[in-house]
Structures are given as C-alpha cells and as structure tokens.
Design a protein around this ligand. Sequence first.
Ligand code: UT7
Length: 331
Amino acid sequence: MPRSRIISTGRYLPERIVTNEEMATLVPTSDEWIRERSGIRQRHFIHKEMGASDMAYEATKVALDRAGLQPEDIDFIVFATLSPDYNFPGSGVLLQHLLGMPQVGALDVRNQCSGFIYALSVGDQFIRSGMYKRVLVVGSEVHSTGLEYNEHGRQVTVLFGDGAGVVILEATEEEERGILSTHLHSDGKYALELCLINPGSRKIPRYYDGIWEDGTLYPHMNGREVFKHAVTKFPAAIKEALDANGLTPDQIDMLIPHQANLRITEAVAQRMKLPPEKVFSNIQRYGNTTAASIPIALDEALEQDKIHDNDLVVLAAFGSGFTWASAAIRW
Ligand code: UT7
C-alpha cells in the first residue's frame, strides 16, 4: 500500500499587519492584555476584498513552484476552512477554477481549528487507497471581516488573524517515510462553547427580526472552557499519535501544534516534557488562523531549516466542535 508524503508547502499572509496597538483602537483592549493572555503581538488582515480561495491560490502557486509541478499534476483538492468565500459552494471549487486546473474533485472540510489535520487525513486516505497520486491540502481563513469590533466581542476578536497554508501530498512506496498515522476525534456536546450560529438553517425564518442585535452573527467562545479542554486534549492527541507507532515523546523532533494560544502551547510542551526548540510557535506574528495555522507553521519551520529528512514531526490540534486530531509524520 502506498504512503503519502508532503513534497511541498506554501503560505500566504495578506500584507496588512494589525499590531496589538492598532487592535486597541478597534476594540477596548491593550497590547499588554493580549500578549499576557495569548502571546500574540500582531496579526495579518486582508487589505482588499479577497476570500479564503484567493489566499489559498497564492499559497498554492508557491507550493507548486517549489515542487516543479503544474496545476494539472494535482488529482484532488481538500480545502479546510471555517470562513469560506460563500455559504455555498465551498472554497475548494473556487480554488480549482482559479488555478485553471482540470475538473478534479474538490472537497471542503468544516472542522475549524482541527480542519487541516482532518483534511490531511482525507488526502492521506485517498492516496493510501490508490485512488489519487497527488492531493492538494489547504487551510485558509479570512476572519477579519467577521469579527465583532466592540467590547462584547473583544475576547475573540483580538485572537484571530487571516492567512493560508497548503501542502502537496504525493504517493510514495518508501516504507519508512511519509504520514505514519492520523487520528481524528470530536465531542459535539461542546458545540456551542465555540461557534458561529447565524445565519443558520435551523431558524424559521433564517433571517429573523433581531438577528443583528443578538450577537449570533459573530463568533462566540467560552474561552475558559476551551482552554481547559485544550490543555488535556492536545497531549492526549499527541500521545495517541506516538502510541500508534510505538514511539515516545523524546523521539519527537518537531511538534507543530495548532496555534491557538502561546499559553496553551507552553502548557502542552510542559506536559509532554518537550524543550522549546522542539515546539514550533508563530502565533506571536499571526494570531490564531484556525485551519491555516498548521500549514503556515509547517511552511515556516521548513523555511527556517527546523525540519530535516527522517525527523519525526507531530501535528496536533484542538478547537471548535469540540474536535481534536493528530498526525505523525516521518519526514
Ligand atoms: O483555536 C482554539 C480556540 N481558542 C482557544 O484555544 C482559546 C482558549 N482560551 C483562551 O485562550 C483564553 O480563555 C482567552 C485568551 C480567550 C481569555 O483569557 P482568560 O484569562 O480566560 O480571560 P477571561 O476571558 O476570563 O477574561 C478576563 C478579563 C475579563 O474582565 P473581568 O470580568 O475580570 O473584569 C474580561 O472582560 O479580561 C476581560 N477581557 C479583556 N480585556 C481586555 C476579555 N477580553 C479582553 C480583551 N482585552 N480583549
């Protein structure tokens, strides 16, 4: 059975940088509050009208170029986002069209912060089954246009940023390398702890009187509840990835966690007894980019020469759903 390997990566961050100081002019907050609670110093926001598909397009061009591939070399797209360009159709088909690709299949994945690992797992299964040879896996988010810029929304608004990251998966017959395993979990009991409710299809009528006033057009997060679950579910997901492959934490060369909060990442590193140089963090510069955070971080870690052939790379995520997931990769 073939395995899949990540043969190329790319990222795109819109050019507008919003520092914490600028954020403090948009909502009642301060640089000190944001840095102490989350580690974030700045984030990128789109500087002109653009969707998750447009940013993914830019990141994909980089990944294709690095791999020496053309859009027609890709057999399938898996696109993870919670902020698609439109309610429907999904952003995957828009990316397919932007790239001028042949009419390949495109699947949108709606698993928020865990979305990229879910998408990676889907791509990996298609390759393992022999159905496709190369799959483009995308995480891309435009948060800035949907945040609540006032005191009510500030807890969420200060955390999120825009950006896109992609990887190209390719089939390999090499037995020792590639994606070793993925593990995916959810617990919908906590769905409303981190959610964006409207416009939702269950309301009659969908656009009811008061929809603008009741706050449901903006993301809602019970920060403390999310935090509490995150610090236990991240280590559990990482342990599951290691156990499945007969590996131990000290064998991890690079942990790339979803960039939710520097305090969460530090707590996870401490629990796993991992030194800081083995845990990648860039939330300071980008904020939480949800499904895009892991592929952006992976792309930067490679660029900074922090991942080498045969390294054990572990990806882990936790977020809205609740969903959580991990992947073990022999680079
Ligand atoms: O990607 C996965 C999704 N998200 C996460 O993983 C986030 C998990 N949760 C967290 O990271 C943290 O809970 C937060 C960073 C969101 C919040 O930190 P916290 O220490 O839990 O703060 P809090 O929500 O309990 O708020 C503390 C105080 C409150 O004031 P009072 O009631 O103590 O007077 C808030 O009103 O801070 C206030 N506050 C703010 N102040 C300045 C809340 N947001 C802000 C803000 N600026 N942006």
